[in-house]
Design a protein around this ligand. Structure first.
Ligand SMILES: [Zn+2]
Length: 91
């Protein structure tokens, strides 16, 4: 689990995600399956909010070491979009 504090935490991972362009599938709100289309490697990213703090975790090797990988960055970006849509709907 890494804590998402500032956008800077994810800058490198976001840049990598822009190059790799992985496929992000929504399992449910907060759980995403990220696939590298070139290698077929698939990882699960979980996003959670606890005590007003945002956390995310990826099942890849970098993620297990607590690093912000591009799978995590891709899933977090999808998660933020979903959360924004939900916030708009739950007025
Ligand atoms: Zn990862």
């Amino acid at each position: 689990m890494i804590q998402l504090t500032t956008a800077a935490t994810l800058t490198n991972a976001i840049n990598k995600a822009r190059t790799v362009k992985p496929l992000v599938r929504v399992n449910r709100f907060g759980s995403y399956t990220v696939t590298n289309k070139a290698t077929g490697a698939t990882y699960t990213v979980e996003c959670a909010k606890r005590d007003g703090k945002r956390f995310a975790h990826c099942t890849c090797k970098a993620g297990e070491r607590g690093q912000a990988c591009y799978h995590l960055a891709s899933a977090v970006s999808a998660h933020m979009q979903l959360a924004a849509e939900r916030a708009t709907l739950n007025f």
